[in-house]
Design a protein around this ligand. Sequence first.
Ligand code: KIV
Length: 270
Amino acid sequence: MTTVRDLRAKAGEEPITMLTAYDAPTAAIVDEAGVDVILVGDSVGNAVLGYETTLPVSVDDTARHVGAVARATEDAMVVADMPFLSFGADESAAIENAGRMLKEEGADAVKLESGPHTVDLTRRMVELGIPVMAHLGLTPQHVNQYGGYPRQGTDQEGAERILELARAHDDAGAFSLVLEHVPANVAADVTDAVGMPTIGIGAGPGCDGQVLVFHDAVGLSEWSPSFSKRFGDVRGEMEAAVADYVDAVEAGAFPADEHSHEASDLDELY
Ligand code: KIV
């Protein structure tokens, strides 16, 4: 199993790879491909559950998907992305929710969309043995505050705020940091300034690793952000397979003899 120590050792030597997964078959594919970290992102809300944002994702949703991914994963580190308001309001509730992912569902760590409100919480979780991945830059759980999904850290003040929070979470013991949709030079500077590995999404090549949403990476999403890349056309493959199935059933070509069986010893039923 990939551990927090393995990631720290890899940082700066070889790029760290991270992809999201939300179900067992996808996790098995991602794990067998040698990806270091599988993030059960709250992007499950948009990618799988049909919501427009990640906000409606519940702790129970997250638990169900984390369990499925953990059962199918042998080598990668499994990180549970804590959903909106499952942390940040009340420390005991946050620890209970995060602890459930490790104790009951088999996660190895949690991710918190970070801010000033998660510095002490990160420290406390780490003290208790819950490894925490921080997340700065664009934090989609703030969609209503932002009024969309704008780039972050694009002016001096914004860039300095990200750097300051990155240092605070590093000091608090976070084992890595996701940097989302920030300028490449800001991400590179943050990477140089902190001890924990950084993992970028829309943050340029200067991070210690990269993460994408699985559905965007394989070409299953209808829409994906400009910083993402489609490495396949899974949507096209699925559309073709489903169209072939419909054609075959409608034409009477499926099921054929090889897909059917007969019970030879039966009397006529009627
Ligand atoms: O939920 C998610 O998939 C994420 C990644 C985009 C980092 O937070």
